[in-house]
Structure formats: C-alpha cells, structure tokens
Design a protein around this ligand. Sequence first.
Ligand code: 3PY
Ligand code: MG
Length: 254
Amino acid sequence: MSLKSRLAAGETLCTAWSGVPDALTVELVAQQGFDCVTLDMQHGGHHEDSVLRGLAPVLAAGKPSLVRIPVGRFDMASRALDFGAEAVIAPMVNSVEDARQFAAAMKYPPVGARSWGPTYAFPRHGQGSQQDWLRKSNERTLAFAMIETRAALDVLDGILATPGIDGIFLGPSDFSIAWTKGGTVDSTHEDMMETIADVAARAHAAGKYAAIFVVDPAVAGRVVKMGYQLLAMGSEHALIALGASVLLADVKKS
Ligand code: 3PY
Ligand code: MG
C-alpha cells in the first residue's frame, strides 16, 4: 500500500531516518520494523547517488520511501520522485512562495510544473502505462512542507492552502530555536507545545497531513494525540547508540 493510502486510511506511521549515504546501511534500516524509510539530504549524508541507490533496498523491503531535500533545492524534489521516492520533505519552507516552488517541482501540470522523466521510478514501481503514471502521480506522491520558523508559522494558512502541498512536517528542534529566539534547542520545549498542537489542528482543518520529527520517544503518544500521523525517528546514529547502551547495560547486569 502506498504511503498516501495508509495515511488517508488514518494509520499512524513511523518512518526511520537514514543519514548514512550507503545502500547497504539503508537496507539494514529498511529491514527493521519501521513503516517507511526517509533518506536525509539536509543534515544527513545522503546525496543524489546515495538516494538513487538507497531507494532500491527500501522498495525491495516493500516500504514507502521519503527523501528530505536540502534547503531550497526544489530541483532535488523532482529528482527524488524520478528515482522512486513516494514523498519529499522540504525543510525551511518559510513563505508561500517557497511552498509554491516546492509544489511546482512535485506535481505534474496542471497542478505544478514537474518535468516528465520517471526514469527509475516507473520501472521500480512498475505498474500501468505511462498515461496511468502521469494521471496518478500527483495523487500518489506527497509533498511535506517543513514548518520550523516563526516566519512559517505566520503564513501557515497560506502554505496549507497552496495547491500541491499535501502536508506539513514540523521540525521541533529548529522550531524551538525560533521559538526561544536562539535561546535553546529543545525539541520538547514545553512553551511551544500548544502551538505545535495548533499547527496539526490547522493542517487537519485544511485537509492536509501532519508529520513531525520525534527526538524523544517519550513524547510520541502526546504528538499522536495532537493529530500527528507520521512520526520520524531512528537515525542510524540513534539506533546504534541505543543498541550499544542496551547491550552494554545487559552485559553489566549479568
Ligand atoms: C528539526 O527538528 O528542526 C528537524 O529538522 C528534524 O529533522
Ligand atoms: Mg530542522
């Protein structure tokens, strides 16, 4: 089932977050219990070649794949889709114009201006005719605009109303820096939680999906109750650190 149909059915999904630009590592991450896998080109090490190669093991694991592009690199959104990603996350979408440019790269006309050429995506997903692909792509692929600054919050309704934007993705670390005017980075900063809940409520009211990065798994239940349906977590760094600490604690206990 596609990411879109699972979200539309009301499921809550957890995506792994890969930053190691290596298809064998992505393969291992994709084999864990996550519902889908995100390859991160913004702060993670992924680049065009590692995304092209790294999407193959995610598809082989039968899971949807997402790509976070670098700031303002909307051209990479089209490429990620052409490589076979189902969704793209654009960081720091701070204006309606950013949202419009992102949507233009994500959607074929008449919604956007995406250029034809799903060179890898079409055979990798391998269904139907080219006409089908053209007809269904705009519906099937998801554009998530990251909300992580005060500027974004100020124009949230405009971003949500932009045709071709399917959802928002809240970046709580950057959001906390913005919220405290550079005072702290704290993804669970209590003062901003009501606003984070309001962002999800406004996304739902506009008929859009709400996604969020979860640094601290203890807040997962709380953000799900707010209406966040796609939760990102589990970078290789976090998974290795957690696995090592659990393993060593067990060894020391024995
Ligand atoms: C943030 O919390 O700022 C993010 O971008 C999450 O990846
Ligand atoms: Mg961020």
